[in-house]
Design a protein around this ligand. Structure first.
Ligand SMILES: Cc1cc2nc3c(=O)[nH]c(=O)nc-3n(C[C@H](O)[C@H](O)[C@H](O)COP(=O)(O)O)c2cc1C
Length: 139
């Protein structure tokens, strides 16, 4: 984690929150919250929170992780929730659902990359200008 530019937290939703396993990791990292011993290597990092559940309600699970990231000093965080609806098994999902999940995930991760790079560029690359014009990133 300390070496990575991008942190990706992936968690299913269990009883409207993140899993006990994820919570154990977050609790372990609590020693580095701002109020204790913050690690300044976290301040430049970006993070993506990916959740999946049967239904739409994923905000609680995402917030469990986002709260920890905030207190660890990671300010650039994007969240993406995937409601499976059809089934809980990847192999049982329709081709359309699988494609939409893959596309959304790739978009969220790529967006973080463009967002991070655009803030350091002057002038903007043609790609980053395109993302800015589309309103997908901000300066
Ligand atoms: C204990 C448990 C609690 C769950 N709670 C919810 C829930 O509150 N809302 C929901 O939409 N899905 C819920 N689910 C469904 C899971 O989010 C879904 O099946 C997910 O794909 C499981 O991922 P996994 O196979 O990696 O554990 C729950 C599943 C389990 C096992």
């Amino acid at each position: 984690m300390l070496e990575a530019d991008l942190l990706v937290f992936a968690s299913p939703v269990y009883t409207l929150r993140t899993t006990a396993a994820m919570k154990a990791l977050l609790d372990h990292l609590c020693v580095h919250w701002m109020v204790h011993r913050p690690d300044d290597r976290m301040f430049q990092k970006k993070a993506v929170i990916l959740t999946n559940a049967i239904g739409w309600i994923q905000g609680g699970a995402q917030k469990d992780i986002a709260t920890s990231l905030k207190w660890l000093g990671v300010s650039q965080v994007k969240k993406l929730g995937i409601p499976l609806m059809e089934d809980a098994f990847w192999t049982k999902l329709s081709a359309g659902k699988r494609q939409s999940i893959g596309g959304k995930t790739l978009f969220a991760i790529t967006k973080m990359m463009h967002q991070g790079r655009a803030r350091k560029e002057s002038p903007l690359s043609a790609d980053n200008q395109y993302w800015l014009d589309k309103g997908w990133i901000k300066l």
